[in-house]
Design a protein around this ligand. Structure first.
Ligand code: SF4
Length: 349
């Protein structure tokens, strides 16, 4: 039998698991490419080996993580096919992923692509005309096999070449999930993620936050939006201080730790060492965020916010001591808690 290898576009959802398994069953070697951006699956980069092992043990699938953050951050400025209901550029997102997967064919010695798309399952990105646009703009026409609905679509290269048997492919369509669940049961797969979860761009609240970062008049935006900007934007309470300083405050220990980890050299990190309260990041304070207002003044405002969101000060104490690490320096700021009237308008979503 001829040796053939395919790459699967793998979201980690049930459809992509089933599509991969269906093609593996035909004797094709499949590597499943799971794309990562700050908007989805980014945390997997913290433990790549663990994730690869979990996917192998759970589904018998070999997963490879591929970080496409830089291209994706650019794409969001002006996606050619626009946005969905929220800030989700689903069509361009798929075009970007499919284009990258096509490049990876040569890199990984594979001959064709597969995806778990089902005709008519999603209103925007899985209509027949949209599937055609995605194939056309990513240059994957004929190279891309959609095993779950292949019998409803034109024959593709792997079918024409006899690498896969079309008669064993499926004709799923529409939004129902019962066929997929029954098929999963046949493979002994019972534990899989809920459909369409995990993309922050499709989330109405987080999507709006990200949109704000991308809006042209945004005071959050630096010369270039980075993955760290997005990760910070998705954590904790968010404010823009008078003068333009972007302040992020953790709401619990986990968020405080995340902020500490994400703070860069240009950022100020603030916290009360001797009193419970949030960790805060004042983003890029050293370079561009603050315009006319004195940096010290902005740091004092940030410190007042840290004290405000900390545990209530003991009776008789009117201010808290906030340590601020900034540009290699460590300074102590004494601040009274910010009062509601002053910061109410500073919040961003
Ligand atoms: S929901 Fe998010 S990850 Fe999925 S296609 Fe749309 S933009 Fe891409």
């Amino acid at each position: 039998m001829t040796y053939v290898k395919a790459l699967a576009l793998f979201s980690g959802g049930l459809d992509s698991i089933l599509a991969t398994r269906l093609i593996m069953e035909q004797g094709v070697e499949v590597e499943a490419i799971q794309f990562v951006t700050p908007f989805f699956h980014y945390d997997l980069l913290d433990d790549i080996e663990g994730h690869v092992e979990r996917m192998h043990n759970k589904y018998g699938i070999k997963v490879i993580l591929e970080d496409i953050s830089p291209g994706y951050l650019q794409l969001l400025h002006n996606p050619a096919h626009g946005f969905g209901k929220n800030f989700n550029p689903c069509i361009d997102c798929k075009i970007l992923m499919f284009s990258r997967a096509k490049e990876m064919l040569a890199e990984r010695g594979a001959s064709f692509l597969i995806s778990g798309e089902v005709l008519g399952q999603r209103p925007m990105s899985q209509r027949r005309d949209t599937l055609n646009v995605i194939e056309r703009d990513s240059g994957t026409r004929s190279l891309l096999l959609r095993p779950l609905c292949a019998q409803l679509l034109k024959e593709t290269l792997p079918e024409l070449q006899g690498w896969v048997d079309r008669s064993k492919l499926l004709r799923f369509s529409g939004r129902g999930r019962s066929d997929q669940i029954a098929m999963a049961a046949r493979y002994g797969i019972t534990d899989f993620p809920a459909p369409a979860g995990g993309c922050t761009l499709a989330d109405p609240i987080l999507g709006r936050r990200i949109e704000k970062l991308y809006s042209t008049d945004s005071r959050l935006q630096g010369a270039e939006i980075t993955a760290v900007d997005i990760r910070l934007l998705l954590v904790g309470r968010q404010f823009i201080l008078p003068g333009g300083g972007w302040l992020i405050l953790g709401r619990d220990e986990k968020e405080n730790n995340t902020l500490e980890k994400l703070a860069g050299e240009d950022d100020a990190l603030l916290l009360m060492e001797d009193w419970p309260g949030p960790t805060a990041v004042l983003r890029k304070i050293a370079s561009h965020s603050v315009s006319d207002v004195d940096v010290r003044e902005v740091l004092n405002l940030a410190a007042a916010m840290v004290v405000h969101y900390g545990r209530k000060l003991p009776v008789g104490k009117t201010s808290g001591e906030v340590t601020c690490t900034f540009g290699g320096n460590r300074i102590l700021l004494r601040a009274a808690p910010a009062v509601d009237e002053s910061y109410r308008n500073w919040g961003i979503l």
